[in-house]
Design a protein around this ligand. Sequence first.
Ligand code: GTP
Ligand code: ZN
Length: 312
Amino acid sequence: MNGTVYKSTGSWYTVKSVEGDFYECRIKGKFRTQNIKSTNPVAVGDHVVFQLEDIGDETVAVISEIGERKNYIIRKSVKLSKQTHIIAANLDQVFLLITLNNPPTFTAFIDRFLVTAEAYDIPVVLLFNKLDTYSQEELDEVDYLMGLYSHIGYTCIPIEAKDGKNVDKVRAMMVDKTSMFAGHSGVGKSTLVNALEPGLQLKTTEISEQHLQGQHTTTFAEMYDLSFNARIIDTPGIKGFGIVDMEQDEIGDYFPEFFELKSECKFNNCLHLDEPKCAVKDALENDKIAWSRYRSYVQMLTGEEDSPYRER
Ligand SMILES: Nc1nc2c(ncn2[C@@H]2O[C@H](COP(=O)(O)OP(=O)(O)OP(=O)(O)O)[C@@H](O)[C@H]2O)c(=O)[nH]1
Ligand SMILES: [Zn+2]
């Protein structure tokens, strides 16, 4: 049978078959995990093949194969820093919620997130939330940012999650897809999910209560079916994408507007810093590339880890 992994606890996997039934599955033997040193061979979102097998008196569902992943997001395992933990696989899109205030979302954070998503090969949609709380000046800033990012090619939607404004636009984009929501704590992720699907209880609060009690819990991602033929992957306790290891000369390729100009730079390995005849620097001087984007790029390149804009 074929199915998709909805939940994983480390030894058991909840799989939904294409027929729509849920099975608690085990895995058997060793899996080739596409050259990733990962602590978990099967992740939420994985497409799997499984069989019902009789073991003794019991019938057990056993996963025997994992389909090729179109993308996946990983974290370093806490205990074994060289090993990684696959959080989720086969995401169609991630919605990044952005607020100018309460909390502030800096462009450096947005850009770092976008670069990581480009590296993971996951499309991002930018949702500018809490528009009802902004002054005219802040609304102008939102307009500017939406212009900037939509020009690069990212879909931008202004929303008010609390009173449901434009939530229908988000819903329409989610149909037939597997999505994830990201953004700083307090940007309105839970509020938006509640507006999209009233009554859906995600694990977020449960986890933070456990944290308050000082308990260490491993957080596992979980997939949920929504009533309008959409799926979301909830990753309790995980706010951003973390940091992907990237080679220096690869970072610029994940800024789409830089990548587009790269072939016009004099040197094909141009890092767009002080090289002569750099098309990216030219575009920057001519206001065709935003300074905020270039600043984020240089920050990532030079690894200014102590920057106040660093991802939380
Ligand atoms: N005024 C206004 N408040 C909003 C809006 N969206 C969310 N909020 C409020 O912002 C606060 C934080 O929202 P949450 O949905 O809990 O934020 P979150 O991103 O889920 O936060 P974490 O669970 O910490 O990651 C709540 O008090 C919401 O009511 C909005 O569009 N307008
Ligand atoms: Zn260049």
